[in-house]
Each structure stands twice: as structure tokens, then as C-alpha cells.
Design a protein around this ligand. Structure first.
Ligand code: CP
Length: 307
């Protein structure tokens, strides 16, 4: 039974096949409107979410399926101490596929090892968020038409930002990619990501604290939120939370075809004055996330022989 825990679970060919499937769904929605008739998605969210949970649910409805949902751990038997393993075994009796978010790294893998249906990791602590990376890849493909020859600025919380680590993994597979890593000293990209992904693949990168100086060279600027929920110390969070705020003044120095991305939710990282700029792609990312989740549900249910 195939589950998806990490972006490394996909080969490059599989990522490209999913992008092609998502593009076909966008162009021919009627073709897919009943492919999951009678099938059920269970969304198990032990941590807050707007986009990921609702886009999974919208995706299943648009494929003709149904959704059963746990939106709050406190209203489930997790509040009585039930384990993730037992929850996964139980939900396997009711649904055909699970999308799960949990604050603990590794929880999705535990669920996958105990479920008898496919499990999709919808975020496990600071570890992985593979379906956000699928949304990011479809957005880059639709904006740029290719993944090669891009200079990508990653800005903000590069330490705890699970979406950043997964995006580096996915893009490191392509030719002539360069990364500009823009963060406060305390939130630099972890050494293991630099060693295992960037240096191992001979991907050029620079590290800086300066967003203004970096902007002119970028094809993509991927902003991230400083994540309050990952800090042990409120004082450190308050000191770092507004390290980078993208404003129209800063954007004026960027290329005309820059793509500004953000996995959202944003707090202050991008001024709302930028939302109407043609370079703002973050709400396109939201929509693309739904299409990639449709493609993924479809593919996993096909592989499982459920449809
Ligand atoms: N990007 C993302 O994961 O958003 P949510 O936390 O709202 O699901």
C-alpha cells in the first residue's frame, strides 16, 4: 500500500506525471468529475490548517467522492489518549484514503505503517509537507514553463520551514538551479540540508541576511512565515518575526517576471499592497494545491486498486 510521507517518495518522473495530470484536470474537469464516485477521504488534522485540509476536501468532492473529517484533535479520541497507530487502524475501516496533519515529526509515517489504506502526510511538525511542494511545483511550472535555469530566493524561516526543505529537494533535481538563502542568522537553513541536498548535488547557493540586495537577481522569491508554533521562547519569536517584509519599494528592484510565492498563511511577510501585482503568485499556489491534491488522490487510489 503506497503512502506519501516526504517529497523524496516521488521520482522526478512521477512528479512530472502528477503535474501533467493536474494540468489535464485543470483543462478537462468534467473528465474527472466522477472518477472517485462512492469513495471516501478522511482528513485527520491534529494541528490547525485552512488551505491543506480544505483543498484536500474540495479535491475529493471535485473527483466525485465524499469526505469524513476530524478537524480538531480535542473532539476525537486522541483527547482520551488514543495513539496515532490505533487512530489509523480505526479510520481505515471507514475511508479509502487518509490525509493527516500532526504536530509530531514522524506521526504520518506511524499512521502509514498502521493503516490499511494510503496515507498522505499533510504536514508533520517541522519535518515534511509534500503536498505543499506539489502545489509549489505546479505553480512554478505554470508561471515559468520549466524548472531548469532558475535562481530561487528562499526568504524567512529557513530553519523550521518544512516547505523550504522539501522545495529544495524537488528543485535540486534540475539543471542550472541556484539558491539564494535569505534569513536571520538564527533561522539559517540546517546544515544537513546544505550538505545532503545542495553540496551533494553541486547546487550553487549563497547565504545572506539581506533581502534588498538579493532581489534583483531572482526569478522566484519564496517568502515564508516565522512560525511561532515552532519556537520554545516567545522572546526570540517576537525579535525575529518581522525580519523580512516584502513591500512595493523592495519589489520595484525585482525582475519584471519575478514570481513571488508564499505557502501561506502570511502574517506580515508580504504587504497586502503587493497582492494585485502581476508577480504575486501566492493565491495561485492555493488553487494549484487543490489540483495537485486531486491528481495525487487519483493516482494513489488507482495504485491501490480502489478505483
Ligand atoms: N500552506 C499551508 O499548509 O496552509 P495551512 O496551514 O492553512 O494548511
Amino acid at each position: 500500500m503506497r503512502s506519501i510521507i516526504d517529497i523524496v517518495d516521488f521520482s522526478t518522473q512521477e512528479l512530472e506525471d502528477l503535474i501533467n495530470l493536474a494540468n489535464d484536470i485543470i483543462e478537462n474537469p468534467q473528465k474527472y468529475a466522477h472518477v472517485c464516485d462512492g469513495k471516501k477521504l478522511a482528513t485527520l488534522f491534529f494541528e490547525p490548517s485552512t488551505r491543506t485540509r480544505m483543498s484536500f476536501e474540495a479535491a475529493m468532492y471535485e473527483l466525485g467522492g465524499h469526505v469524513i473529517s476530524m478537524t480538531d484533535a480535542m473532539s476525537s479520541s486522541a483527547a482520551k489518549g488514543e495513539s496515532v497507530a490505533d487512530t489509523a487502524k480505526t479510520v481505515s475501516c471507514y475511508a479509502d484514503i487518509i490525509a493527516m496533519r500532526h504536530p509530531k515529526e514522524g506521526a504520518a509515517l506511524v499512521a502509514a505503517n498502521n493503516a490499511t489504506i494510503p496515507v498522505i502526510n499533510a504536514g508533520d511538525g517541522g519535518h515534511c509537507h509534500p503536498t505543499q511542494t506539489l502545489a509549489d511545483l505546479l505553480t512554478i511550472y505554470r508561471e515559468k514553463g520549466h524548472f531548469d535555469n532558475l535562481t530561487i530566493g528562499l526568504c524567512g524561516d529557513l530553519k523550521f520551514g518544512r516547505t523550504v526543505h522539501s522545495l529544495i529537494n524537488a528543485l535540486s533535481r534540475y539543471e542550472n538551479i541556484k539558491f539564494v538563502l535569505i534569513s536571520p542568522e538564527e533561522l539559517k537553513l540546517p546544515s544537513y540540508v546544505k550538505k545532503d541536498l545542495l553540496r551533494a548535488n553541486k547546487i550553487p547557493y549563497t547565504q545572506t541576511t539581506d533581502l534588498d540586495k538579493s532581489i534583483p537577481s531572482l526569478d522566484i522569491l519564496y517568502m515564508t512565515r516565522v512560525q511561532r508554533e515552532r519556537f520554545f521562547n516567545e522572546e526570540d519569536y517576537l525579535r525575529l518575526k518581522d525580519s523580512y517584509i516584502l513591500t512595493p519599494d523592495k519589489l520595484a528592484k525585482a525582475k519584471k517576471d519575478l514570481s513571488v510565492m508564499h505557502p501561506l498563511p502570511r502574517v506580515n511577510e508580504i504587504s497586502v499592497a503587493i497582492d494585485d501585482d502581476s508577480r504575486a503568485c501566492y493565491f495561485k499556489q492555493v488553487l494549484n494545491g487543490k489540483y495537485m491534491r486531486m491528481a495525487l488522490i487519483l493516482e494513489l487510489l488507482r495504485e491501490a486498486g480502489t478505483i
